[in-house]
Design a binder for this molecule. Sequence first.
Ligand code: NAD
Length: 513
Amino acid sequence: MTLTTIDLGGEAGKILAGLGVPAAVWQEGTLSVRSPVSGEKIGSVQEVGPDEAATAIEATHKAFLEWRLVPAPRRGELVRLLGEELRAAKDDLGRLVSIEAGKIVSEGLGEVQEMIDICDFAVGLSRQLYGLTIATERADHRMMETWHPLGVTGIISAFNFPVAVWSWNAALALVCGNSIVWKPSEKTPLTAIASQAIFEKALKRYIEAGNTAPANLSTLLIGGAPVGEALVDHPKVPLVSATGSTRMGRAVGPKLAARFARAILELGGNNAAIVTPTANLDLTLRGVAFAAMGTAGQRCTSLRRLFVHETVYDTLVPRLKKAYASVPVGSPLEAGTLVGPLIDEAAFNGMQKALAAAKQAGGTVTGGERLLAEEATSAFYVRPAIVEMPEQTGPVVEETFAPILYVIKYSDFDTALALNNAVPQGLSSSIFTNDMREAEAFVSARGSDCGIANVNIGPSGAEIGGAFGGEKETGGGRESGSDAWKGYMRRATNTVNYGSTLPLAQGVKFDIA
Ligand code: NAD
């Protein structure tokens, strides 16, 4: 295991400069940016204060008033160009994601590919924002629903998907006729600045091609929770899509509800998989290992709980432990690495606390120790941990944002299903089985209660075509594909009378002469 010795700050700077970002933007500011790859500082960016944020939101609201008048397919053209610019910048932006968020190279690139995919999806959508025509009970009337732009869409994003989350929201919001304000994670502002620069390039081409677009259509607000709060509290933001921990969701949700603003909350996940007696164990091993260890367990859909049938437990679990012992942990920038660093020391401490609590609750821990501490004293690499638990208790029922897989033996399918459903943070789930009845039961009304329920693939790696998210506490998946666009628009029901009378309620008469 080695750690790369490349100049991370220098490389990040080169990527930003290549996208046309002035050096002052990432070199002069109050907020230090650190790379989890080495723990070193790679930039300083300027945070905005709540007053500045409010002024910027006002300006973005003005942009909405104009943008909503542009025909939707023309709005789609801007998003098509954004997709083209993202294709051109894919290697650079993917690399910056790896440097700033610590994702391995293929995942950094995969994240940018998701941005491209949602742009393609949204371009098609820009010609499909249609409502129903509804049978009316009145003669000579027609009733229909129309979908209209909603207003400024606020986007709050988490560090672990530093750019894709923005694009899931931005691409849909823009074709729907909304302007956008983005408050990225304070841990990953450089990738946000880069994404905004890529958007500006698309916008420039759009305008050069003879289209009109208002100033401040997309606004970036750098800062921590107080800036997010300013966005959540602003009366001219009718929708906030916030992605992050359930702790954040609990702060944001009630505030939006208090002013009747709309919330899309994509929060934490304590995701499970069930391995049944008929499972293909080779396939299961791959699915489980990737879902539990990938992105060092820092995906909202990471596999955290594994229920293994007693007849396959002694075959599967030792093989899994072997995979855990041999998985390459190291610099995410080096080919062959599967597990990169934790985002910071707080994440490492959270992991060690959970492992200690699991031991206390009767668990047997394999792995979990810190690695590469001498090579990089301020970076936090760990061997992913497997914890065999006697029952689902203690830290097993919490989301710890680190690579810990709790394994529990079961003997009866219904018990395993009940355990899958027994935590509030049910975001994603899987079953590994070749028994059709178990597979169908798992995805049925009496099956998994999570927003994502998969058969014979792990819980992580959602596609943009489906409605992503799905934390069950907040009501299921609503970002990106499917009909998620409806969350970004307002529905009006229109009734048109093409007759020459207006029937009143029976027996009602008044003089209209
Ligand atoms: P976090 O909750 O600490 O922060 C997320 C964002 O919310 C940041 O931009 C932060 O500044 C902002 N924020 C925090 N408190 C706020 C407040 N009171 N008001 C307004 N904004 C506030 O999460 P994180 O550590 O960056 O990300 C990891 C978490 O995100 C995990 O729980 C993970 O499961 C979740 N996540 C969920 C999804 C999903 O789609 N369901 C996707 C990615 C990450």
